[in-house]
Design a protein around this ligand. Sequence first.
Ligand code: FAD
Length: 493
Amino acid sequence: KPKAIVIGAGIAGIASAIRLSVKGYEVDVFEANSKPGGKLAEIKMNGFRFDAGPSLFTMPQYVDELFKLAGKNPEGYFGYIKLKEICRYFYEDGLRLNASADLDKFAKEIEEKTTSTAKEIERYLGKSKTIYEVTHHVFLERSLHKIKSYLHWDTLKSIFRFGQIDAFRTQAKANRSFFKDDRIAQLFNRYATYNGSDPYQAPATLNIIPHFEYHYGAFLPKNGMYCIVTALVKLAEELGIRFHYNQKVEEIIYANGPKPEVLGVKVNDKTYKANVVVSNLDIWFTYKNLLKGITQPKKLLDQERSSSALIFYWGMDGNYSDMGLHNIFFAEDYQKEFNAIWKDKTISSDPTIYINISAKHIREDAPAGSENWFVMINVPANNGQNWDVLIKEARANIIKKISRLLNRNIEKDIICEQILDPRSIESKTGSYQGSLYGNSSNNQFSAFLRHSNFSSKVKNLYFCGGSVHPGGGIPLALLSAKIIDDEISSVVH
Ligand code: FAD
């Protein structure tokens, strides 16, 4: 049997391992941490359970696909529900919106409470759908770095429609033209942050993202986000894939010569041989630490990183009936918040706050009469800021803002706390500067400035995960594994 080694058990590493195993490879996964999942992690504290990283699950079909590939029924491994409510929004002027997944209901609420109209929503989401249709084959599902990708008929059709993807104005500018009410423009501007970008710089092409939520739906795994990892690892182990935890790969070994070819990896000074190696770690660290003697693609590696996050995990004594699973407390001046993050590389005094409370659906995630709050704000990637000072200030500002908007002193309800910041995101998940999604998408060429899913220098070396093509977030990380799968079939067979 040919052998494959996957470096890192993040979501894309696990997906790549499953795909390679189904293809007939004997697969070993080396993971630096004591557990699989990478950014998709969980925290347990004082009877509370928190999903530590991602909380929003879209495109679950990409996970289901892995079970089906292996000839299994996904329902035997994990289940998920489709959410009836996408998110609750709280504004400083007192406006509250409970964005329903039922578009008619959502549009009606907007008509009743704001100066925007159902027609505006319809036009906007129509555009969102067009952008998806034009781009998904080209930018998401295939390699951008192989000529053959451009020879598909559907790719060519998409290229002829490129004028429709709104790449030449910013998302904020486009959304101002779609919506009369600034607060609705703000609501849709937020989608740029789904891949760690700035709506005032990023192209309006990012208006594709609401299509995932409003067309395909937002979901929640029945036992929380981390069970995506446990279910996939269970499948992987049943397939015979071996996971080696606390095993940090030190080097990727390749045969030198005019056409270098991968030979395996080095862990704790021991060499493990393989015909194929897939690296799931941040491409920045793959080049800096593992690929000795290979010229680095400086331009790609030096791209601006996506934003990072500051998260407070709070065990809260009490129930908050105003809040749902996903909640957003908007900054009053959104542009000021993004200027602070992107221009001043600091945290605004009035940040937009995202609160996820999985216990609203999964009662076991918090003791009776209490709730598990995942409280997150967007912050710049780590450039050596004085985080201890910034965190202290942000914590006070967050507590003040939520207490003001809920008209309730929330501080007295916090019974336990843990904090994750850009420094700990970097050290725990190996993400350069603690960025959540690899490079930012703050300019219209970003898609072309992400690293390819294969090495053009070392044969049979591949790259997957949120820092390479097609990008960050669970669905795209899973697609990176799928693209590799397509490439490897053409190499081996
Ligand atoms: P990663 O999770 O980056 O894992 C890489 C793995 O490689 C790690 O386990 C690491 O330990 C391991 N590793 C590193 N170096 C080595 C080495 N030398 N040897 C062996 N192993 C090594 N996405 C969404 O879709 N929805 C969300 O709501 C969402 N919210 C997020 C919130 C937060 C706070 C964070 C941090 C991320 C969020 N994301 C979200 C993004 C999503 O988590 C990531 O895009 C995705 O999980 C990245 O997966 P990956 O495959 O790139 O691997």
